[in-house]
Design a protein around this ligand. Structure first.
Ligand SMILES: CC(C)(COP(=O)(O)OP(=O)(O)OC[C@H]1O[C@@H](n2cnc3c(N)ncnc32)[C@H](O)[C@@H]1OP(=O)(O)O)[C@@H](O)C(=O)NCCC(=O)NCCS
Length: 246
């Protein structure tokens, strides 16, 4: 078994493993169609910051995606954004701009910041063709989707993928990682409820979501990150566009 970064030839294998992993899940995840679309959209937009696969016998049997998130700082800002489904209106731009911790949401933006942006390539080809990753210090990342082929589940592959992803993120100086899922699973690697930091998420599970309490989780990779960022004010985690559909 080998965990490695996705390369161009892996795209179909990644889709296949997601389809298999999610094939028996009920609800909107049934068959993994939405998860596949999310990964494809993230990749197309240059927001698939880190994509790891588990290879076994020449086949991809596991996959995890990491994409950038932003944090709108302030519980009041979070409440306003949540009330309108996460969309800001033009009139709010000044307010939101001043309140928002400006974590870059898009790989192109990150590349510009890092001086690596290549206007000719539109920034989006760098990852797939050259394997360049964009995990700059201080950003936040969303973990997911995560999937392991059904016949190989419960053998530690999911854990191993997650740990390797977190290790790489930490090594690159990523500030924190967030995940939306079952706390019983993710707490094993050190995730805690985002509500501990008064954080909400664009897709729920945070401090304001009683129904899915504890589902939105975070792990600090830089010590003191949330203390410095939030200063007790809470906020809203916003995802890359790929999660919002086309
Ligand atoms: C979730 C998933 C990635 C876990 O991968 P895995 O390789 O099966 O998990 P691991 O072997 O690393 O860990 C297994 C342990 O986690 C637990 N576990 C696995 N999936 C779990 C879940 N969804 N919720 C809670 N616990 C879970 C198991 O009970 C097991 O614990 P045990 O060893 O004490 O019995 C895999 O089950 C999967 O692909 N599921 C379908 C897709 C999915 O739900 N993805 C997550 C949301 S994006």
């Amino acid at each position: 078994m080998m965990i490695r970064k996705e390369v161009v030839d892996d795209h179909d294998g990644v889709r296949a493993v997601i389809a298999d992993a999610f094939s028996e899940m009920g609800g909107p995840s049934e068959g993994g169609g939405e998860e596949i679309a999310i990964v494809d959209r993230l990749r197309d937009a240059g927001d698939l910051s880190l994509s790891l696969v588990t290879e076994l016998g020449g086949k991809i049997v596991g996959h995890v995606a990491f994409s950038p998130v932003g944090v709108c700082v302030g519980k009041d800002v979070a409440d306003r954004l949540l009330a309108r489904g996460g969309e800001s209106s033009d009139g709010d731009d000044d307010v939101l701009g001043s309140e928002m911790m400006n974590l870059p949401l898009n790989k192109r933006e990150m590349l510009k910041l890092s001086g690596l942006y290549d206007a000719d390539s539109e920034g989006t080809h760098l990852q797939s063709e050259q394997g360049a990753e964009v995990l700059l210090p201080g950003v936040g990342m969303c973990l997911g989707p995560l999937g392991v082929r059904r016949d190989l589940q419960r053998q530690g592959l999911g854990m191993a993928l997650m740990m390797e992803g977190l290790r790489i993120c930490k090594e690159k100086g990523v500030g924190f990682v967030t995940v939306l899922g079952d706390p019983n699973y993710y707490q094993r690697v050190g995730f805690e409820a985002a509500s501990n930091w008064q954080l909400d998420g664009e897709f729920g599970g945070g401090v304001s979501d009683q129904e899915h309490a504890g589902a939105l989780q975070v792990i600090e990779l830089v010590e003191g990150y949330f203390e410095r960022l939030l200063q007790g004010r809470g906020g809203l985690i916003r995802y890359a566009d790929g999660f919002r559909g086309s």
